[in-house]
Ligand binder design. Structure first.
Ligand SMILES: NC(=O)c1ccc[n+]([C@@H]2O[C@H](COP(=O)([O-])OP(=O)(O)OC[C@H]3O[C@@H](n4cnc5c(N)ncnc54)[C@H](OP(=O)(O)O)[C@@H]3O)[C@@H](O)[C@H]2O)c1
Length: 318
């Protein structure tokens, strides 16, 4: 009996050791190793109260930046501000209210930001969700939160980014863009059910890549550069709206196969801080290096068409 217990214990310890090794080699990913100081710079990050956004904000606060967390929940946003101030020792971390599911909230936010904040050096369009239904403005809520509202926010803050150049826009995309499709008849329309919400998510992450590409085109020569990021598969609250029957299954494998938020933040941090990547403006990054997105995500005509489509939906087209 004692012998059997010892064998079982040895198997368990061996299994755990293999899991840790597997995680370190295949899951954790690269670390952003630069020591770029952000003293005197201002970072604006959407959805920084949890997950990859919060881990990114903490790192940038440690580098001395003034960090504005633009979040939809005051309670969650202010709790994150307190955590980040405490962990980084940087008091220049503040909350501002922004609900990307409401375009009037985006406009009010931009107005307040431009009034209160003299600088904008790094804009990180991080917030996203996977959920069915419509936004306050009647659009597919995923399309609006993940793309359209960020498109508007970037547009409204562009002059401030130009004044503070060299400056950067970092947009969180995803490898899920590989399953994305662009159908101009339906991409902005609300859907029902989690499966269709997930398809909308993939579409929105493809649109993020086009946004970054066209932004880089239009900003050539301004010293404002833009980067799309795939953070890897990261254990966060991203799947919070998934059906309850899927949750135990998801929980079962994320601890082994997914990065923690700190590791998931590394490519965002890299694109926000790494010197010398300006010539790669418009590109897609994964694991702290440039990577090719899927073939049709590189189509410049589609990027231009999506830009004009977004402008038209927002009433920005002249
Ligand atoms: N996790 C992954 O495996 C993974 C993989 C590829 C790409 N990404 C991308 O990484 C980014 C961060 O994701 P995450 O995994 O950290 O997700 P998360 O834990 O779900 O965090 C998402 C953030 O977005 C905010 N948000 C959602 N709807 C909002 C709205 N209407 N207005 C303002 N903020 C809103 C959330 O605020 P509340 O807390 O108030 O809801 C939260 O702060 C996303 O762009 C995601 O697509 C993640």
């Amino acid at each position: 009996m004692e012998g059997t217990m010892e064998v079982l214990l040895a198997v368990l310890v061996g299994f755990l050791g293999l899991c840790i090794l597997f995680h370190l080699i295949f899951v954790r990913g690269k670390t952003c190793r630069n020591k770029t100081s952000l003293r005197g710079k201002t970072v604006l990050l959407t959805g920084g109260n949890t997950g990859i956004g919060k881990a990114t904000a903490l790192d940038l606060a440690r580098r001395g930046a003034r960090v504005v967390l633009a979040c939809r929940s005051r309670d969650r946003g202010e709790a994150a501000v307190q955590d980040i101030r405490k962990e980084s020792g940087n008091k220049e971390v503040v909350f501002m209210s922004l609900d990307l599911a409401s375009l009037s909230s985006v406009r009010a936010f931009a107005e307040a930001f431009l009034r209160l904040e003299p600088r904008l050096d790094i804009l990180i369009n991080n917030a996203a969700l996977i959920k069915d239904g419509a936004s306050e403005d009647g659009f597919n809520v995923v399309f609006q939160v993940n793309h359209l509202a960020h498109f508007l926010l970037t547009h409204l803050l562009l002059d401030r980014l130009k004044q503070c150049a060299p400056s950067r826009v970092v947009v969180l995309s995803s490898d899920a863009h590989r399953s994305g499709r662009i159908d101009f008849q339906s991409i902005h329309l609300p859907v029902e059910g989690y499966l269709d919400a997930f398809k909308s998510y993939c579409n929105s992450k493809l649109v993020n890549i086009f946004h970054v590409r066209e932004l880089a085109n239009r900003l050539e020569g301004t010293d404002v550069t833009s980067y799309a990021v795939h953070p890897g598969a990261v254990h966060t609250e991203a799947l919070r709206h998934s059906p309850s029957y899927l949750k135990p299954f998801i929980r079962g494998f994320t601890w082994l196969l997914f990065k923690n938020p700190e590791n998931g933040a590394q490519t965002s941090i890299y694109c926000a801080t790494q010197e010398g990547i300006e010539k790669l403006s418009g590109c897609y990054f994964e694991d702290c290096r440039q990577k090719d997105p899927k073939l049709n995500a590189r189509d410049p005509m589609l990027a231009k068409k999506l830009w004009e489509f977004s402008e038209k939906l927002l009433g920005l087209a002249s």
